[in-house]
Design a protein around this ligand. Structure first.
Ligand code: SF4
Ligand code: SF4
Length: 438
């Protein structure tokens, strides 16, 4: 590490990431931005640039902003509305990194700038509530169950009728109410009998870490994941166990590290940290794969984080091998939507693409590099987002190819996409990729 390289906010170094794990190895912040040749190859892949058509909203513009700040040629101030808008509007999708020959991690740069400015991006109440997931997971679980129970009894509808959701800072309740499914059962009820068996497992061979949505909103994902794992392993389920992803995305690296440490300790205690840790969310998967990045200067923990990363599996690893039954039984086109954070092309996506080719043949429609896909992890609730325009563009691409079903790599992204499909193209439906060969 070069101690003289320019850095952001030296007062709280523990709140930042100084070196990023890239395809070309470890790279310091300044080294990364300095490698931007300003070629512009990334611009057309960026969903925000496609909407805004302004240079500062392109990945190149965001990288140059960080470079200017690091070189002390631009003041990082919360009173600059364009600066705040360009930082808040990034979906963190990582499409730009994929298109860039230098694999510059623009999304990480945006997060670094957000951390320096303490930009929370989410509405205050929602932020405080979701933060509990990392800080007080038991309380978070209780409050979420109460909130979902109240929603079932039309509490949010009542708030809407009484126009409470028009109060500034509460409008996200409308969006949330529209996005959540009308009927959902709880994971508790579908796992009651099974959970006793899972708890009684004394020698597990795999750990299932359900995502937030599988835990509270879409338990059928957890159900199906467990069924798949059980064909090859004896799993235990770690209920309501956060990974630190939320804190990471919403600007708190310190808390993110603490949560990850908890996860690593528990993983080490269970069969000496050798068991595969299976997740159903592509965001959690990618985050855990990059966990060593958070412990770069702490060798011992970096090695442990690497072990955790090596043990992390995405649920599609447990899908049974597909036969070449091909498209004959499929009515309508099928599409794949990544909906993930930080990386748009990775081993998992490639694996699922191959499965789609085998299962659906010519009915599988490939996305073009300019096609928008669903922004992940609560982007729709963040300030200055472009969720509505991106959603419309995604639906346009789906309708243009007369697609009937879209498989998405996380339950939250499926919910988000279904929200738009219901409104603009109800002929199609989004589902978690785990249902691909049901
Ligand atoms: S981020 Fe990469 S693709 Fe984009 S302008 Fe810089 S070098 Fe070119
Ligand atoms: S991460 Fe996505 S939204 Fe952000 S600059 Fe890159 S392509 Fe644009």
């Amino acid at each position: 590490m070069n101690p003289s390289a320019p850095r952001l906010e030296l007062r709280h170094p523990e709140r930042h990431i100084w070196e990023f794990q890239t395809e070309f190895g470890w790279r310091e912040q300044y080294d990364c931005v300095a490698h931007c040749t300003r070629c512009g190859c990334c611009a057309q892949t960026c969903p925000i640039y496609q909407i805004k058509h302004q240079e500062s909203f392109s990945p190149r513009g965001r990288n140059q902003t960080l470079r200017l700040v690091l070189e002390k040629k631009l003041n990082l101030t919360p009173s600059n509305p364009t600066l705040i808008a360009l930082l808040e509007s990034c979906t963190l999708c990582g499409r730009c990194t994929q298109a860039c020959a230098g694999k510059i991690p623009t999304a990480e740069h945006v997060l670094e700038l957000r951390r320096t400015l303490h930009l929370r991006v989410l509405p205050r109440l929602l932020f405080s509530f979701l933060r509990l997931r990392d800080v007080r997971p038991q309380l978070f679980a209780k409050l979420t169950r109460i909130a979902l129970f109240l929603r079932r009894w039309k509490a949010i509808k009542l708030l809407r009728v009484l126009q409470f959701t028009k109060i500034p800072g509460l409008s996200w309740l409308n969006r949330l109410d529209d996005m959540l499914p009308n009927f959902y059962s709880s994971l508790d009820s579908i796992l009651t009998a099974e959970e006793k068996n899972l708890c009684a497992v004394t020698a597990p061979t795999a750990i299932y870490l359900p995502s937030l949505e599988a835990e509270f909103i879409l338990p059928q994902i957890a159900r199906r994941t467990l069924d798949l794992i059980k064909k090859q392993q004896t799993p235990v389920i770690w209920r309501n166990f956060p990974t630190g992803l939320f804190a990471y995305i919403y600007a708190d690296v310190y808390q993110s590290r603490r949560t990850l440490l908890r996860l690593m300790r528990r993983h080490t205690k269970t069969a000496h940290g050798k068991l595969p840790l299976v997740t159903d969310s592509i965001d959690i998967y990618l985050f855990l794969k990059r966990a060593p990045q958070l412990f770069r200067n702490k060798k011992y923990w970096q090695i442990r984080a690497q072990k955790l990363a090596d043990c992390t599996r995405f649920v599609t690893d447990y899908l049974p091998p597909v036969q070449n039954t091909s498209a004959t039984s499929v009515s309508g086109n099928i599409r794949l939507d990544s909906g993930s954070l930080f990386e748009r092309e990775n081993d998992i996506l490639e694996q699922i693409r191959q499965i789609c080719y085998t299962l659906f043949g010519k009915n599988f429609v490939e996305c073009s590099y300019t096609d928008a896909d669903t922004p992940a992890f609560g982007y729709a609730f963040s300030a200055q987002n472009c969720a509505e325009q991106i959603g419309l563009k995604t639906v346009e691409a789906i309708a243009r190819t007369q697609t009937k079903k879209v498989f998405v790599l996380s339950g939250l992204a499926a919910l988000e996409l279904n929200y738009f499909l219901k409104r603009f193209y109800p002929a199609a439906q989004a589902q978690h990729v785990i249902h691909i060969n049901e």
